[in-house]
Structures are given as C-alpha cells and as structure tokens.
Design a protein around this ligand. Structure first.
Ligand SMILES: NC(=O)c1ccc[n+]([C@@H]2O[C@H](COP(=O)([O-])OP(=O)(O)OC[C@H]3O[C@@H](n4cnc5c(N)ncnc54)[C@H](OP(=O)(O)O)[C@@H]3O)[C@@H](O)[C@H]2O)c1
Length: 326
C-alpha cells in the first residue's frame, strides 16, 4: 500500500505522510560527518529510494550540516542535497522541498562577525537565507519554508512582510513555523493574509509535550497538520542498556507489546510511528533514518494497517508518563 499523500492544511500543499528528514544527511549522530553518507551520489541513492517508496517530501534547513564541531559548522546540507539533485534534475518535479530559516550561529560564511548563537527573523535575513536555499538547491521555488525557532525578538509585522513578499514573488509557495508556542503561532498568523500550514514540533513516544501545552490542540483547531521531528526520540528508543533509564525501559516494553499485536515481525519504530499517526491532529512524520531498509520498514506500516485502538495508544502514553491517566 502506498504512503498516503495528505494536505498539510486545507489551503496548503500536498505532502507525503512520511517525510525524509535531512538533519543527519551526512552523519548519524547529528554532529560528525560520515564520509560514506557525504557524497552527492549517496544522497541521490536515498532520494531515489524515497521516491520509489512514495516519500515525496524532503525536510531541510539552511542550518543543517553538522553543528559546532569542526570541520563542519552548519549550513552544509542544502548544498549537498542540491548537488545530489543536480545529478538528476528531473527529480525536482516529483518532490516537495521544505526548508527552514531563522537560526544564526558562528560560521565563516557570514560577512560580519557572528559570536553568539541567536535567532534572526528580520526581513533582510529571512530573504537572504531563502534566496540562498533556492540557489543551493537549484530550484526556482520552495514548497514550504518554516520559521525554525521561536525568535524572542520576533517583530511580527516585519517577518510577515518578508513572508508575504517572498510568497508573492513565487519563491515560497507556503509558510509554516517550527517549535512555536500556540501564542506565537497566533501572533504571526494575525499579521498574515494566508494560513500558516504547519508547526513542526518534537513529538514522539518519549516527548508528549505538544499534547499538554496546547500546541496540538491548536493544530487540530486550525486544521494545520503538525510535522513530528525526532519521532523515535532521536534513536533513544533503541537504547540497549536501559538499567538506569526506567522511562525508555517502560517505552520499549509498551511499544513491543503494541508491535506484537500487529504481528511478531512488527518493529518498535513501526509501533512508534503508528502511535503518532493515531493523533487526531493528523500529523505527518519527519523520518530521521539514513538506512533504506528502515525507510522501507516505515512505509510498511500501511500494509500492516496499524491503526492503534485507544488502549494501545494509552498504553504507550502511560509508559511515557510513568503513571496511568488520572
Ligand atoms: N524543526 C526542528 O527543530 C528539528 C529538530 C530535529 C530534527 N528535525 C527534523 O526531524 C528529522 C528527524 O529527526 P531525527 O533524526 O532525530 O529522527 P529519529 O527518527 O527520532 O532519529 C533518527 C536516529 O535514530 C536512528 N534509528 C532509526 N531507527 C532505528 C532503529 N530501528 N534502531 C536503532 N536506531 C535507529 C537513526 O539511525 P540510522 O540512520 O542508522 O537508522 C538516527 O540516528 C530530522 O532529520 C530533521 O529533518 C527538526
């Protein structure tokens, strides 16, 4: 069964329900580069495998590319992804590209001295970074751009202006946010004549914050599908030694039980993805694996018809919280 194509928002783009994430595009731990993953050919192989599976949407960010550790200090993966696409430019027509901007960290590419990690959602910065993304990815438009983090100095009028201008110029088809509180979504939305189409948040069996702080309620209210990042807790769900980590131990047990309900060959990651998809805000999932077999495993949840019932959902919820519902 094919991976569903879904609307992120009634007035938004159609994306694949499973999305390929690129934070680890050339590394598996989020930081240090792995030379076997760092070539355009290797990236192209993963892009082609995704498209074959029906994963047509790719999640990028201007800042991705290793962080804070020499020799790669951010901002490298859009270029790598763009070089992979340049090997087969026809593929661009078959995919949706989502990128993010708004985080600024020290890097030699800046013309001025940047000495502290900070957020920047000013008109000039957002415009120049979006234009950089277009250039590096070799495309004339981005399907969705997200404001990456909640900028404490957000001037909603100024940021809305650059978002509107870039949309009117056809460079960005749709806008969304990431890691925003529901009040910041409302603030930014109040200055826009078009809807924000998503809030990309951390949501996994080990991180249920969005269910408690109003973020997912807002997504449901606005019919804006959340994008779930680190859906497997960044891989922590597979920790081998859980003797000092009772939460992960509980989660592994609950996920194993739910997985077994769908057959003994069902894996923990399949149970975790199905848990997220059970939420009524209609999430889409940003996958973090670089392994083609694991991408295939994720796609297989649709063949297995893994629609969790309420008890299966709450078993995982209980394991995450460490207590039953009151
Ligand atoms: N908006 C934001 O602020 C934000 C923040 C973080 C991430 N993101 C987005 O979300 C995407 C996904 O995040 P993530 O990479 O943290 O996702 P994740 O799926 O939670 O974690 C991926 C990690 O888990 C490992 N893994 C996957 N399946 C496994 C298994 N069965 N057994 C053992 N290890 C396994 C992967 O290694 P292998 O590659 O070896 O499978 C990889 O190291 C990112 O690429 C990025 O696009 C966004």
């Amino acid at each position: 069964m094919a991976i569903p194509q879904v609307k992120l928002h009634p007035e938004g783009p159609t994306v694949s329900q499973l999305i390929f994430g690129t934070w680890r595009l050339a590394n598996s731990n989020g930081f240090e580069a792995d030379s076997s993953l760092a070539t355009p050919e290797s990236v192209l192989e993963r892009i082609e495998a995704c498209l074959e599976l029906g994963i047509t949407t790719f999640d990028l960010a201007d800042i991705y590319g290793g962080r804070r550790r020499w020799p790669v200090i951010g901002y490298a993966y859009e270029e790598l992804f763009g070089k992979a696409l340049a090997l087969n430019p026809e593929l661009r027509k078959k995919m949706q590209l989502i990128t993010k901007t708004g985080i600024k960290i020290p890097n030699e590419m800046w013309s001025e001295k940047v000495y502290v990690n900070h957020y920047d959602t000013s008109y000039d910065y957002v415009r120049s970074q979006v234009e950089r993304s277009l250039r590096l990815l070799g495309t004339d438009h981005l399907d969705v751009v997200l404001i990456h983090r909640l900028d404490y100095l957000l001037d909603a009028d100024e940021t809305a202006k650059v978002m509107t201008d870039l949309r009117n110029e056809g460079k960005v088809k749709y806008w969304g946010v990431s890691n925003h509180t529901y009040t910041q979504v409302e603030l930014l939305q109040s200055r826009l004549d078009f809807p924000l189409v998503t809030n990309q948040i951390e949501f996994s069996p080990s991180c249920l914050t969005g269910m408690d702080d109003g973020t997912l309620d807002q997504c449901q209210r606005l019919r804006m599908s959340p994008m779930c990042w680190s859906p497997l807790g960044g891989g922590s769900l597979f920790k081998k030694d859980v003797s000092n980590d009772p939460k992960t131990e509980r989660l592994q047990k609950a996920l194993r039980k739910v997985a077994n309900d769908f057959g003994n060959d069902t894996t923990l990651d399949q149970a975790a993805y199905s848990f997220l998809l059970r939420h009524p805000s209609k999430p889409v999932i940003v996958l973090g694996t670089n392994k083609i077999d694991r991408l295939k495993g994720a796609a297989a949840i649709y063949d297995k018809k893994m629609n969790l019932d309420r008890q299966q959902f709450y078993l995982i919820w209980e394991a995450s919280k460490g207590h039953s519902v009151p």
